[in-house]
Structure formats: C-alpha cells, structure tokens
Design a protein around this ligand. Sequence first.
Ligand SMILES: C[S@@+](CC[C@H](N)C(=O)[O-])C[C@H]1O[C@@H](n2cnc3c(N)ncnc32)[C@H](O)[C@@H]1O
Length: 214
Amino acid sequence: MSSQRSKVEVKGFEARHYDFLMGLLTVGSYSRWIRRAVRKAGAEEGWKIAELGSGTGIAACEFVRLIGEGGRYIGLDVGEEMMGKARKRCREKPNVQFIRNRIEEPFHLPFKADLFFLSFVIHGLEDCDKEKVIANVKKNLRDGGFLAVFDYSQMKLAESSWFRKLLIGKLECPLAAEFVEMNFPSFVGEQGFSTHRIEKEFHALFSLYIFKKR
Ligand SMILES: C[S@@+](CC[C@H](N)C(=O)[O-])C[C@H]1O[C@@H](n2cnc3c(N)ncnc32)[C@H](O)[C@@H]1O
C-alpha cells in the first residue's frame, strides 16, 4: 500500500515522459549518473542482478553490458507505464526480464542474486516499507552478495545550501527530508548487512551506498 507522503510511484504524464523530464531537470545528466552508479556497483560478467524500482530501464541496459550473455537481470516495478518503457528499451536482450510487483511485498526470484540495485527509490518509502524491502533483498540475495543503493547523501538539511533545502526540503516528498537525516547505513546494518563502501557523487548530493550481506 502506497504512503500518502511518498512521491516515488511514477504514473501518467510523468511516466510517459520520465526520461525527457529527468533529462530536463538535470541538464541532460540523469541517465549518465545512473549508468555511472551501475558501473561503480561492481557487477561482474555472469552475475545475476535484481533491480527494485527499475523505472524506464536505464540501469538495466548498463547492467546487461557488464554481465554479458551469461548473466541475468530482473527488474521489479509497480508502474505499468515505466515498465512498458523498460521492456521496449531492453527488448532484444533475452537475459532481461521485468516483473510487476510492489517491492515491499514478498517476492521470490528464480535465482539468488549476486547484487541488488536501487536508484532513487528508497528515499521515498516509509521506514516500515524500507525494512520490508531490505528483508526481501536479504531473502533473495546469495550469502556475501551486495546491495547497492544510489540515492541522496546523508546531510543536515538546516546546515545545507539553499539549493539542497529547496530540492530536498520543498520539491521532494517529506520522506526524502527524513531519509537524508537518518543514519541509513546503520538502518541497513541492523538488518544483517555491513557497509562495504560509500561513494559520494555530484558534489556529494548523491551517494552510492554498497552493503554486503553478512
Ligand atoms: C523515481 S523513479 C526511479 C526509477 C529508476 N530507478 C531511476 O533511477 O531512473 C522510482 C521508480 O520506483 C517505482 N516504485 C516506487 N515505489 C514502488 C514500490 N513500492 N514498488 C515497486 N516499484 C516502486 C516507480 O514506479 C518508479 O519506476
């Protein structure tokens, strides 16, 4: 069940023009940021990847390039229009599959994944749903496997620039402001993961958080 405070479910006009709108908002950088985060997440040839909130398939295409024909990729998303775009984008790739499923609801992948990837999804979930998502990841991830999350960096909004206050405090959903102020690595740590690496991106506005299943 979606929270009233969340804005990460993308539908209608926004979904139909998602790539164009994100390109416009980020002066053409959005898909480049996602592809860069994917490359830094550490996927290897032959790996099995699962992405939660896979959107229009930007990360999927980059993962497929890295894992090759011997790897597998599954993307889960609740948005029909977003998924339609992702399927179109990856239509010639036999090792790519998209499944319509809420990511906080239980799911069982046909494999134990080597790596889970989430970009710009988790900040928009209530904490109880974040916990359910991480539990789903843990269940479907191999021992020693990785969870890579590309999202806003941790910061104190009151001490941040006017731009960050406007973007995260006003334009984003209230859950995003709570996300940046929480201790996300320790939240994930409490659910059986250790922090493997955190890389700051784009003037430290975003971070790539990489966790390892204990
Ligand atoms: C902000 S978009 C990000 C899409 C993509 N990860 C990217 O970085 O371009 C969030 C995506 O997560 C999906 N989503 C949001 N909440 C979800 C949920 N509870 N279950 C499944 N998908 C969800 C939306 O439909 C949308 O495609």
